[in-house]
Design a protein around this ligand. Structure first.
Ligand code: AP5
Length: 218
C-alpha cells in the first residue's frame, strides 16, 4: 500500500503518519524528519538544505527527488516499497508529484491513497506553537491537544521533548506563504484522482485515525 499525506504545515500529517505506519506496518518516510536529521548530523545534504528549512522555504526539487529515490529504489529498498510506504510531506510541488509517479511506476507500483488534511489557516499557528517533538524517536505531542503523560518527556521512549526551530511564529508565517504558493496547487492535481480523500484536519485526532483506518480497510 502506497499512501501520500498532503496538507499545510501543522494539519496533523506527521501525527497520523506515525499512527498509520504502526497500524498497517508501513514504512513512514517524512522528508521533514529526514532533512532535520541530516542537518543535525552536519552531512553535505544537511548543509545544502539548512537555509531553506530554517527560513520556511522549500528545499530544491532535485535534492528532494534524489533523496526519495535513495529511500525507495535499489535492491535493498524495493521489497519494502512493495509492502507499503506512507509519504509524509512529499510531494510538495507538481514536479515532485510527477517524479514520484514515475519512480513508483518503474517499480511496478502506484499510489493507493492521497489523503488531504484540510484545515482553516487561522488554526495552524495555535497547532504549531504548541507542538513538542521527542529528541530521540521523533514522536509528536501537543501541549493541549495531545499532551505527554509527564511534561517534557516522551511517553513512547522516555526521550526529552523539544520545540522545533521552525515553529516560531515568523517562520510559521513564511512556511504558510510557501505552502500557498508552491504546494496548494498540487491539491487540485490530486483531487482529480480516484484515490483522493479529503479529511477534516480540525477534527479530533482519534476520529481522524478511525476515518482513515476505515477507508484503508483496517
Ligand atoms: P515538515 O517537517 O514536513 O513540516 P510541515 O509539512 O510544515 O508539516 P509539519 O511537520 O509542521 O506538520 P504536520 O502536518 O506533520 O502536523 P503534526 O502532526 O506535527 O517540513 C519541514 C521543512 O522541511 C519544510 O518547511 C521544508 O523547508 C522542508 N521540506 C520537507 N519536505 C519537503 C519537500 N517535499 N520539498 C521541499 N522541502 C521540503 O501536528 C501539528 C501539531 O498539532 C502537533 O503538536 C500535534 O500533536 C497536533 N495535532 C495533530 N493532529 C491534531 C488534531 N486532530 N487535533 C488537535 N491537535 C492535533
Amino acid at each position: 500500500m502506497i499512501i501520500v499525506l498532503l496538507g499545510a504545515p501543522g494539519t496533523g500529517k506527521g501525527t497520523q503518519a506515525q499512527f498509520l505506519a504502526r497500524r498497517f506496518d508501513l514504512e513512514a518516510i517524512s522528508t521533514g524528519d529526514i532533512l532535520r536529521q541530516e542537518i543535525k548530523n552536519g552531512t553535505s545534504l544537511g548543509k545544502k538544505a539548512e537555509k531553506f528549512v530554517t527560513s520556511g522555504g522549500l528545499v530544491p526539487d532535485d535534492i528532494i527527488i534524489d533523496m526519495i529515490r535513495g529511500r525507495i529504489d535499489g535492491p535493498e529498498n524495493r521489497s519494502r516499497t512493495r509492502t507499503g510506504v506512507i509519504f509524509d510531506g512529499f510531494p510538495r510541488t507538481l514536479s515532485q508529484a510527477k517524479a514520484l509517479e514515475k519512480m513508483l511506476s518503474s517499480l511496478g507500483s502506484g499510489i493507493d491513497r492521497a489523503i488531504y488534511f484540510h484545515m482553516p489557516e487561522e488554526r495552524i499557528i495555535e497547532r504549531l506553537s504548541g507542538r513538542r517533538v521527542c529528541t530521540d524517536c521523533g514522536e509528536t505531542y501537543h501541549v493541549v491537544y495531545n499532551p505527554p503523560k509527564e511534561v517534557g518527556v516522551c511517553g513512547k521512549c522516555g526521550g526529552a521533548l523539544y520545540q522545533r526551530e521552525d515553529d516560531k511564529p515568523e517562520i510559521i508565517r513564511q512556511r504558510l506563504q510557501t505552502y500557498n504558493r508552491d504546494t496548494a496547487p498540487i491539491i487540485d492535481y490530486y483531487s482529480k484522482k480516484d484515490y483522493y480523500l479529503q479529511v477534516d484536519a480540525y477534527d479530533d485526532i482519534d476520529r481522524i485515525k478511525e476515518k482513515i483506518t476505515r477507508v484503508l480497510g483496517g
